[in-house]
Design a protein around this ligand. Structure first.
Ligand SMILES: NC(=O)C[C@H](N)C(=O)O
Length: 555
């Protein structure tokens, strides 16, 4: 055999900065050149008078204000909640329209006169005897207006672009462009899912979603979990609730698949298989439910964050992971620019349209409670389903449907319990609550039977939990999975699924128990629901870019 000798170092192709496209380019020789690549960078660049630089900005026109000789054009490139102001002469601005994609070149310099601004007051340092955990971890609320007035005003350097060259990259007809500067309700914006991301709020939500995914990857990496890609097309409805969408390929005479196929309702079963090779695994994958629920919390297509751990016998460890993961996520998110910008905009809305838009979100005082709750380091409350039913029975007159042992908890029950048990007044926090050990018959076939001491009046309960929170109800669900072969077969029989044990659709799952199946457990979190809870976007339909739901899936 001929061997090829490769001499090192290899000559790798050079990736030069010049070959990359940015929305903002600093032209000429400026210290800003390597640091500034988009509008967010440009706005953050410390600008002192006399340090003007020549820049080119690519973006979309979000607003145009007229003055006698010039036009003030607000441009966004999607990198920041706020826009940059470009000052364009009346003649040069003739072709610039609301919604257009433009390239503007000019001098980036200090706005004059400079903007006047009141900085937030300094946080008082905690006294030595104050326990840090007793302080609210997050403070979103601005001090009372009176206190605000007393603060000294300072001038802040804000840059603007003095434009000397305009290029229209994509024209726009402002008369038909639906995204106007005035207030538009979330319901109306739903008519244009393909365009509504162009509002400051919706584009920031897109970035926040991306930041959250970045944080999750980091957190699971630190936890030594492997990220996986389970399949979207599956053979079995994992939850067994009959809510799966069927996938049909080919024709009736010549079908693509040899047996019925579905869009996945949960990646759990495949994650279990992967966990038995890799130990700890996770995924953030789309899930689909053909549920005819028409609520603010349901979508037919949603993203589920799911994790599975091998060699875990105690369900507390799975709940600990849910808490650790969520807490780290909130800690991380609080430092991300998308969240900081959103919070800042809520405290300092610019103009009545923005004020109304941001008032459509849940109250910032409520958000503060939610974030504080998720940051609580001690174990979050854990109560059993039976305890929950007892508590609910004491408040029976508060519910449309009375709580009954043996039936699932309704969303009204979950929200009530979460607030009653999870609200920590001292910390100004809604601490999420784990409800554990539900009756076997209202849960899925794969859950492990709990030890006898958990059984209630001879009724079997299973090692499972739901994580509930006020306003939203269920945030997460998880369980220990039955890992013994004879027991999983008994479970399938109990749920009248015994044929599945030999059916290729589920046989593989049963087979996992034949060869080295350790005790294991995992959980799933509705990712979009979690984001809507944290951001205060009231309907999950306004948080997901292209929502798919019962009766309405436009584009
Ligand atoms: N991975 C999970 O535990 C989620 C669970 N299969 C569900 O759909 O609720």
């Amino acid at each position: 055999m001929r061997s090829t000798h490769v001499s090192l170092p290899l000559r790798l192709p050079r990736i030069g900065y010049a070959s990359r496209r940015y929305s903002v380019r600093v032209l000429g020789d400026s210290a800003a050149k390597p640091a500034v690549q988009n509008v967010a960078d440009l706005k953050a660049w410390p600008l002192e008078s006399g340090q003007d630089c020549l820049v080119e900005i690519n973006g979309w026109v979000r607003n145009i204000r007229k003055a006698s000789a010039v036009r003030f054009v607000e441009v966004s490139d999607g990198s920041s909640y706020s826009t940059v102001q470009a000052v364009v002469s009346k003649e040069m601005a003739e072709e610039i329209r609301l919604g257009a994609a433009v390239r503007l070149k000019g001098l980036w310099k200090l706005q004059s006169p400079p903007q006047v601004f009141s900085p937030p007051p300094e946080e008082p340092a905690p006294t030595p005897d104050e326990k840090p955990s007793r302080l609210p971890q997050i403070k979103f609320i601005d001090p009372a207006p009176d206190a605000r007035e007393e603060r000294p005003k300072i001038t802040v350097p804000v840059g603007e672009l003095q434009v000397d060259e305009v290029q229209i990259l994509g024209a726009s007809d402002p008369d038909t462009y639906p995204i106007q500067r005035k207030y538009t309700s979330p319901e109306t914006l739903r008519n244009w899912p393909h365009l509504r991301m162009r509002t400051n709020l919706n584009s920031t939500l897109l970035r926040l979603r991306s930041d959250t995914i970045g944080s999750l990857s980091k957190i699971f990496n630190q936890e030594n979990f492997i990220q996986t890609h389970p399949p979207i097309i599956t053979s079995a409805d994992c939850e067994g609730a009959g809510e799966a969408f069927k996938v049909i390929g080919g024709t009736r005479e010549s079908p693509f698949f040899d047996s019925p196929k579905f869009l996945t309702v949960s990646s759990q079963l495949h994650l279990e298989a992967m966990a038995q090779a890799a130990g700890n695994v996770w995924t953030l994958s789309p899930s689909f439910r053909a549920e005819r629920s028409d609520t603010n919390r349901h979508l037919s297509e949603f993203y589920m964050l799911e994790a599975e751990m091998s060699f875990v016998d105690d369900m507390d460890e799975v709940m600990d992971l849910v808490q650790r993961m969520t807490r780290s996520l909130v800690q991380d998110l609080a430092q991300q620019s998308s969240w900081k910008e959103l919070e800042h905009a809520r405290r300092h809305p610019r103009g009545p349209a923005e004020t109304r838009t941001l008032e459509d979100l849940d109250d910032i005082a409520v958000l503060e409670r939610r974030w504080n709750g998720m940051l609580v380091p001690e174990k979050w409350p854990r109560i059993t389903y039976s305890e929950a039913i007892n508590i609910l029975e004491e408040h029976i007159d508060k519910f449309e449907r009375p709580p009954v042992w043996g039936q699932g908890l309704g969303s009204e029950h979950e929200k009530f319990l979460a607030e009653l048990i999870g609200y920590d007044k001292e910390r100004n926090a809604y601490v999420p609550v784990f409800v554990t050990h539900y009756p076997r018959d209202i849960k899925a076939f794969y859950m492990r039977e709990s030890a006898a001491e958990h059984h209630i009046k001879g009724q079997i309960v299973v090692d499972c939990f739901d994580l509930i929170a006020p306003d939203i109800g269920e945030l997460a669900g998880g369980s220990m999975r039955e890992h013994l072969l004879h027991k999983i077969i008994t479970n399938l029989r109990h749920f009248s699924l015994e044929a599945s044990a030999n059916d290729p659709r589920l046989k593989w799952y049963v087979d996992l128990r034949r060869w080295g199946c350790p005790p294991h457990g995992g959980f799933g979190i509705g990712f979009d629901r979690l984001l809507s809870y944290l951001t205060g976007v009231r309907s999950i339909r306004d948080l997901v870019a292209f929502p798919r739901l019962y009766g309405r899936t436009d584009c």
